[in-house]
Write a protein that binds this ligand. Structure first.
Ligand code: LMR
Length: 398
């Protein structure tokens, strides 16, 4: 048995955490995985989550959720993406199920796409979250790419993006990051989103939004849903992956939502039943506790406003660290421009460091990050920012 099985390659993101954990150096710094840390470098459980835990403790059964998960959690989650007063929610036009966080939502959609649009492909931005490639590959949906990031400007390559959207065959599927693009921290402006939406309309493309970082771009989840709201205003039928890993800090609870906006309630019922049908042989039904935490927070106005405050605190700490990192590099006399560190948004800075420079940061300074030069700003603290800046300066100066 299994004689031909070779070890799988290390995951480009989670493999970094493994290497970090194995390093005994007291100086080590982990700016690899996108997981929020406080200014002491410690993981954070939000106060609203602690309060929800207290309220739930001992008060619930441990029964199975339905295949589509908690209907209450899903309803509350849809409001965050589609808007509190969304006509689509009222008209029951959205097929939605609870998923195993954002990855689970993307995977379920990819499987749905494969089953019900069998010849289709997915257009994925360059670069993107590395797992997007795995997800659509394992779902056996062929992948195409579209231009997104401009390495020289370290910003958006809008004209190349628009060309790719224009040149894609009519009715193509596109994966879009709703906000706080991972790994680049570069989002289209509102005006650019409007143009993208118009072109999608003309080309009859399908937009699938991955919204893993709602709240981390602007500090306000409602504002971060702007891209989606623009597409909705323009009458698109879209799909959305939502996750509470980052914005509620519920990483290990695996709680998220997949939604597909349909023509009418009848189609929504059919699509939902098929999503459930896909989920059943994979994992039967999603986990309970995280969904209960989310519902407890979002249905209580006080807990919800506490959550919104805490999202803003996380987003603001990251923005502050961007400024400090840039200023530290400038003070060290770095001849390079570090403007993009403060221009980019969300959890990540796409630093422009080469894989070789990243390797030096790891081997000489015990600084762990993905080889594409992505720095998780959530791991940068007052205590390590100087050390990080100095190391970046050393590996980039010659
Ligand atoms: C990341 O990009 O670091 C996160 O989304 C964590 C992950 O699962 O890759």
């Amino acid at each position: 048995w299994w004689k031909s099985v070779e070890p799988a390659p290390k995951d480009p993101i989670l493999g970094v955490t493994e290497a970090f954990l194995a390093d005994p150096s007291p100086e080590k710094v982990n700016v690899g995985v996108g997981a929020y840390r406080d200014d002491n470098g410690k993981p954070v459980v939000l106060e609203c989550v602690r309060e929800a835990e207290k309220r739930l403790a001992g008060s619930t059964f441990m029964e199975y959720l339905p295949m589509g998960g908690s209907a209450k959690m899903v309803d509350l989650t849809l409001k965050l993406a589609y808007g509190d007063n969304s006509e689509f929610i009222k008209d029951k036009r959205i097929a939605a199920v609870q998923t195993l966080s954002g990855t689970g939502a993307c995977r379920l959609f990819a499987d749905f796409q494969k089953r019900f649009s069998p010849g289709s492909q997915i257009y994925i931005p360059v670069p993107t979250w590395s797992n997007h490639h795995n997800i659509w590959k394992d779902a056996q949906v062929p992948q195409k790419t579209y231009h997104y990031y401009h390495p020289e400007t370290k910003g958006l390559d809008f004209s190349a993006l628009m060309d790719d959207v224009k040149n894609a065959p009519e009715g193509s599927f596109f994966l879009l990051h709703a906000c706080a693009h991972n790994p680049t921290g570069v989002d289209p402006t509102e005006e650019q989103w409007r143009e993208i939406s118009q072109l999608f309309k003309a080309k009859k493309h399908f937009a699938f939004f991955d919204m893993a970082y709602q709240g981390f771009a602007s500090g306000d989840p409602a504002r971060d849903a702007k891209s989606i709201r623009i597409f909705l205003e323009d009458g698109h039928h879209i799909g959305i992956s939502q996750s509470y890993a980052k914005n509620m800090g519920l990483y290990g609870q695996r709680v998220g939502c997949l939604s597909v906006l349909c023509e009418d309630p009848k189609q929504a019922v059919a699509v939902k039943s098929q999503l459930q049908q896909l989920a059943r042989p994979m994992y039967s039904n999603p986990p309970l506790h995280g969904a209960q935490l989310v519902s407890t927070i979002l249905e209580d106005p006080e807990l919800k406003s506490l959550w919104l405050k805490e999202v803003k605190v996380m987003a603001d700490r990251i923005i502050g660290m961007r400024t400090t990192l840039r200023e530290s590099l400038e003070k060290l006399g770095s001849p390079l421009s570090w403007e993009h560190v403060t221009k980019q948004i969300g959890m990540f800075c796409y630093s422009g460091l080469t894989p070789e420079q990243v390797d030096r940061l790891t081997s000489e300074y015990h600084i762990y990050m993905t080889r594409n030069g992505r720095i998780s700003m959530a791991g940068v603290t007052t205590g390590n920012v100087g050390y990080l800046a100095n190391a970046i300066h050393e590996v980039t100066k010659s």
